[in-house]
Design a protein around this ligand. Structure first.
Ligand SMILES: NC(=O)C1=CN([C@@H]2O[C@H](COP(=O)(O)OP(=O)(O)OC[C@H]3O[C@@H](n4cnc5c(N)ncnc54)[C@H](O)[C@@H]3O)[C@@H](O)[C@H]2O)[C@H](O)CC1
Ligand SMILES: [K+]
Length: 245
């Protein structure tokens, strides 16, 4: 039976794996980004068949860091990629900062002022012309309070049912605005204060919020990708084997 984790359990497993020295946060982030791209190509083979256009929305933490990895990988596939950052690059956590810089090394093209546009609603028009894929890497399991209004404006615009949406929306780890604990929007329960996505790619194990309350509606197709973390309880089983030897 698939284990379903809380955010705290996920963080503890990540921390233990990193502390063991067997893997780094940067390795985990790279594998997370690779997992998102693989899941997108598997879900929509037409996107794997030729270069397309993606808009990647990155947030101020490691969820955003995953987004920078996805942007760089899609660029490597020949895609046209535009990245918007909600947050200050100087305040990104270390792993996300490394991937911000790796993206900037490959992302700035032509006369685009920078590889990363400052995220603000007027600069991101949600019926973005011919965007084949929107990557939601704004907030993951670190969301602790309702989405900021300017992020909500983009979420509303992206989810505007009247607007014929040209592309797909893939959530990194969990749709932004959704609680990984409760499956409800992190707000006063307003069901629309989270991003409705077409595909959600989470890591290692599903989280409670993917299955509870409004989670399934916001997540739609859920894919769990392996990022090389040990199965829960593996450390205890290893100790048992050592004792038995
Ligand atoms: N730990 C690892 O090595 C890996 C993590 N992965 C990805 O990381 C996110 C969790 O990242 P974290 O930095 O903890 O949080 P978020 O990126 O989800 O949130 C960013 C940051 O935003 C602040 N915040 C929370 N709520 C709000 C709000 N409403 N408005 C503004 N700012 C807010 C808070 O400080 C958060 O820290 C996880 O989901 C994975 O995507 C990798 O996948 C694997 C390696
Ligand atoms: K997200």
């Amino acid at each position: 039976m698939t284990e379903i984790l809380t955010s705290a359990q996920m963080r503890a497993i990540e921390a233990a794996a990193i502390a063991s020295g067997g893997i780094t946060g940067l390795d985990l982030m790279e594998r997370a980004g690779q997992g998102v791209v693989e899941a997108v190509f598997a879900e929509w083979p037409a996107l794997a068949a030729a270069p397309h256009r993606a808009v990647v929305l990155c947030g101020p933490g490691n969820n955003g860091g995953d987004g920078f990895v996805v942007a760089r990988l899609l660029k490597g596939w020949g895609w046209e990629v535009e990245v918007f950052l909600y947050g200050n690059p100087e305040r990104l956590p270390p792993d996300a900062r490394v991937n911000y810089e790796r993206w900037c090394e490959v992302g700035a093209v032509g006369d685009w002022p920078s590889a990363v546009a400052r995220f603000s609603f007027p600069s991101f028009d949600a019926d973005y012309p011919d965007t084949d894929l929107v990557v939601d890497a704004l907030f993951g399991i670190g969301l602790t309070r309702p989405l900021p209004d300017e992020v909500m404006e983009v979420a509303f615009a992206l989810n505007d049912r009247e607007q014929p949406r040209s592309g797909w929306i893939v959530a990194v780890d969990i749709p932004s605005g959704l609680s990984a604990e409760t499956g409800r929007a992190c707000s006063d329960g307003d069901p629309d204060r989270a991003l409705y996505c077409d595909l959600t790619v989470t890591f290692h194990r599903p989280k409670l919020g993917h299955y509870l309350a409004d989670g399934p509606e916001f997540c739609q197709k859920l894919v769990v990708c392996d990022i090389g973390l040990p199965a829960p309880g593996a450390a205890a089983r290893e100790k048992q084997v050592e004792r038995d030897e």
